[in-house]
Design a protein around this ligand. Sequence first.
Ligand code: FES
Length: 154
Amino acid sequence: MEKTRYPQVEMEIRKWGSKPSSLIQVLHGTQERIGYLSQNVLEYIAERLNVSLSKVYGVVTFYNFFKTQKDADHIIMTCMGTACYVKNGEEVIKAIEKYLGIKMGGKTSDGKFSLRIVRCLGACGMAPVMCIDGDDIYGRLTPEKAIEAIKRYQ
Ligand code: FES
């Protein structure tokens, strides 16, 4: 089975280099883009930086700013980088906020969703884009398409 590629991680690797010494920067930047570091993401980073998985876990557990758990059942990362902004990303975000009844940075009272903003998800060609739980990237969004996608997680 083909492994998921994480464009968010690839962006950080382009910035910091695919070398073991980039580990902390790549972990940090990836968490900013995905919201937390899932096991799949940690495995992916270990492989791409040529670092053992135990070393990656060691770093992640040592620094308490790394999160390996989600703060809600589902984390929605909405993109407001330039490409997404010019393609009406703001409209999409407003619609999501209205639908979930929360503001950016908030969490629904049932703990199902948290909503975050990110500068780029590495999928600008599909702008406007959002990502749910790190793995699922939704592109060419309209407000309607975004709500439809979110409904699948309810
Ligand atoms: S600006 Fe939104 S994916 Fe790059």
